[in-house]
Design a protein. Sequence first.
Length: 376
Amino acid sequence: MIQGHVPYLIVATDYATSCSGTCPTCVLSREERLRPMAATTPELMLKGMRAAAETYSDVGTLAVGVGRANVLDLPEGSIDEIGRVAGGVQGMFGQRDTLLEISTSLVGKLDRQTARALRLLEASGGWNADVRFVVVANTALHSDKYWKNVESFMSSVEQARGEVGEDGNGDILQLALSLDSLPDPAELASRVSYQKAPMNLTWAPAFDRGLEREGALRRMGEWIVEWYRLTADGEMDSSLVNRVRQSLRMMDSGLKEAVEHARNSSAAVVYVRPDGRWHNGLFTVLAEMDPVRFDPEADGGQMAATTPPELRRLMSNPACRDCPFVNACISSGSHRIGLMALRRFPQGTEDCPSGLRGAFEAAWKDREETRRRAHA
Ligand code: SF4
């Protein structure tokens, strides 16, 4: 039982696995992507959630992720099924509020998917749950049409809601990265600069073939620093910037506190599999992560990867051994990304395996500069 208050619990489900997209580092199998109907039923999803709910005693906001691929391209009956999930989860975790976060890749006919999103918004009026959309965008795509479609969808659902706060409407843009097709960061930032709500980066090293190429980790690290700089200077709602800055607090904490922080953050994310079984996930400075999906080669470690062998593996890696950000890295779940990448480098790496050290450094310099100015 998780003692104490969990202010924000994410319960993510694999409701849909179908998607006709081409993200180079997709964690779904071809068979899953080709599936024309939902991957599970509301009953199995609720069964898994009920089992998970026994572990939680006090939840503030419950965010139910209706994922994982393109939910908006499922048959019409999915609206009713999502409504059954929304109805079934009411009060299940003793939560104060319920959100539904519905995933879409927007691949396929835009008009049809926008219409489906608007119907979901309309139906949610009777569900006692706010609906938000999580658009997973493939940054390997460069066509203007693709990015205009993403913008047009965001704008349509924003308008349908009517009143929009300064921080947007809560819809999330998730930007999927792959090493062989990293976009120009400035071009990507300008394409998504309209977005007021959070933007997450997501990277799945275990599925990224580009990792084997010379200098791959260095390139990823440089890309992430540039993204940090662009989105921080542009005052965009960048999860990378927000989360890296927050985790600097843990820089001078002990390893024990960093590990405890990672374990607590793992307890705030639950994944329900299509067969109704569940496990914890992990917050990272990139997007939330399902370690079972993202790290298929893991052999029985904890979800937060904080067992002594896992920590030893990280801290004996040449790049990590003297890294001043190691505690911030562990507390923020970044080390989990690093450990996945390290599976491709049995001899270790001189470059940061998570690609995030440069972002920690940039955030640290920003913080020092702010402090210097405050004392000047
Ligand atoms: S930031 Fe990078 S180099 Fe530093 S501990 Fe984490 S993975 Fe290792």
